[in-house]
Design a protein around this ligand. Structure first.
Ligand code: SF4
Length: 257
């Protein structure tokens, strides 16, 4: 079930992987045409669609291709949804090439590219917190560290908290002062960009969120050291049918929609 995805999520995943490839192999070089990347991503989406539609093929599918939750649970993916996805893919790629963060990272002078899509962890109240920044670079001219998050969906209230967490991590790990860190969301579908400095109230809020999440998680742990959860029967079912309709674990919890 962990290997299930859905169409928007898999599209976002493929876009992130493509950006990582461009940053790793094309820096200061001529970029491949957008159509080439679009074709590659569409091929992958088509493959995933084909495997997901046919139960007989589920066990033959390559590891890197997820099954699509919609099809696994017997729903249809209509023509309109597919056209929306193709439109979103084209918008995202076009806006990516134009975006300030991508231009800085690929061709910027006085830019030190530090990392992209690497797993890190730090401890908060003895709990390991994992962090994966989409892009981190230093702009020597501005004397700033820029943390970038690519978004392929809509803006959400959580976006700023997520970046505040990354800022906290960078400060803890490398002792970078908060006033030297800028966080930036690149909304690729719309071409919008939001750059902010992280303020004390952002850090307070993210500390509070992490604390509350940890308290909630611990309620469902029988043995923290062995990472053993309590029995599945002790997990309350969601009261929101919409949430259940989008959940990968529906078959496990036997929730009727
Ligand atoms: S389907 Fe089950 S696990 Fe998923 S959100 Fe609903 S109640 Fe929770």
């Amino acid at each position: 079930m962990k290997k299930l995805s859905n169409l928007p999520m898999y599209l976002g995943d493929m876009l992130h992987k493509s950006i990582y490839t461009l940053l790793s192999h094309y820096r200061f070089k001529e970029l491949p045409p957008i159509e080439t990347i679009e074709k590659h991503i569409r091929n992958r989406l088509n493959q995933s669609y084909r495997y997901s539609r046919d139960k007989q093929l589920w066990h033959q599918k390559p590891k890197e291709i997820p099954l699509l939750r919609e099809l696994v649970y017997g729903e249809e993916i209509g023509r309109e949804t597919i056209e929306d996805m193709i439109h979103r893919l084209q918008q995202c790629l076009g806006n990516l090439y134009e975006s300030r963060s991508f231009q800085d990272a690929m061709y910027g002078n006085h830019i030190n590219l530090y990392e992209s899509e690497q797993f890190h962890a730090f401890r908060f109240n003895e709990i390991k917190i994992y962090v994966v920044m989409d892009l981190l670079y230093q702009d020597e001219k501005r004397d700033k560290w820029i943390i970038v998050d690519w978004k392929t969906g809509r803006e959400s209230m959580e976006d700023r908290n997520q970046l505040a967490l990354y800022s906290l991590y960078l400060h803890e790990k490398d002792n970078i002062p908060h006033h030297k860190i800028k966080v930036r969301n690149e909304y690729l579908a719309s071409g919008e960009q939001r750059e902010n400095s992280i303020q004390t109230n952002d850090l307070d809020q993210v500390n509070e969120i992490m604390l509350m999440s940890i308290i909630q998680m611990l309620q469902y742990m029988e043995d923290v050291k062995r990472n053993k959860p309590v029995s599945i029967n002790l997990f309350e079912k969601s009261e929101h049918p919409k949430k259940c309709s989008m959940c990968n674990f529906r078959s496990m919890c036997e929730r009727d929609i």
